[in-house]
Design a protein around this ligand. Structure first.
Ligand code: S5P
Length: 259
């Protein structure tokens, strides 16, 4: 069983994988069914832009990643509609709150406030800076909570070093009942049933003017063994969002298949 699943490419072909977490299992099934390893970073500012983007790219993605607190006209109806769209297009919703505080505070941030993230997000992203209790704190709120733990950042001159990343990989492996993968650049996952997700992906640009650093889908999937590419401006700022999403999906999936 283990040997069948050791290669990350085992996520691709017909081999059945018994993931520990339901969300990981669902993600794998969506990737297979839709033949996509593309996550959209839907960093738009209004409901209208968000749903327009979803209608353009919904068929191409396995995950829609939100920064829910940047949407100017957020309301409960957005969540109702978002859940409907996730069902209609068959994608998972990941809220990129990057939880990073003491346990009791992250519990309040996860379940409370205006956004009630625990009620609707399939996946959340957390920093490891506050130590492994953050994993327990988030999982205690919601039994089936699925976390992506941030192991590396894509932006220039960030303070994460190799020792930090090493710890994150260790904790991710140890807590695989709630951590379904990592957000990383060069780090390699040491677990066959978790997902490595990489932002900082763009087919046209190498950087923005605020420190973001980009690489191509071919590079991160083919050379850095990324399973899922996360693309924001490369798609939502494109003149034709649908065509752009199709291009990223193809580049990401082709790279995964030929790896
Ligand atoms: O290291 C990181 C981690 C994340 S989650 N670098 C990132 O850029 N991100 C997120 O990915 C970031 O918050 C944004 O939502 C997305 C990248 O967007 P883009 O427009 O630069 O593709």
């Amino acid at each position: 069983m283990q040997s069948e699943t050791l290669s990350m490419n085992s996520k691709l072909p017909s081999k059945k994988i018994n993931y520990k977490h339901d969300v990981a299992q669902k993600l794998h099934a969506i990737m297979q069914k839709k033949q996509t390893n593309l996550a959209i970073a839907a960093d738009v500012r209004t409901k209208k832009e968000l749903f327009n983007l979803i209608d353009n790219v919904g068929n191409e993605i396995c995950i829609l990643k939100t920064h829910i607190d940047i949407i100017d006209d957020f309301d409960q109806d957005l969540i109702v509609q978002l859940k409907q769209k996730a069902k209609e297009y068959n994608f998972l919703i990941c809220e990129d709150r990057k939880f990073a505080d003491i346990g009791s505070t992250v519990q309040a941030q996860y379940t409370g406030g205006v956004y009630h993230i625990a009620d609707w997000a399939d996946i959340i992203i957390a920093h490891a800076i506050a130590g492994p209790t953050i994993i327990k704190a988030l999982s205690d709120c919601k039994k089936d909570c699925a976390i992506l733990l941030l192991a590396e950042l894509s932006c220039a001159d960030n303070l994460i070093d190799a020792t930090y990343t090493h710890k994150v990989l260790e904790w991710a492996k140890k807590h695989d009942d709630s951590i379904i993968g990592i957000i990383a650049q060069n780090a390699q996952l040491d677990h066959p049933h978790q997902f490595k997700c990489t932002p900082g992906v763009n087919l046209q640009q190498a950087s923005d003017n605020l420190g973001q650093q980009y690489r191509t889908p071919e590079h991160v999937v083919g050379k850095k063994m990324t399973d899922i590419i996360i693309v924001g401006r490369g798609i939502y700022k494109a003149e034709n969002q649908k065509c752009a999403a199709q291009a990223y999906r193809k580049a990401g999936w082709d790279a995964l298949e030929s790896r």
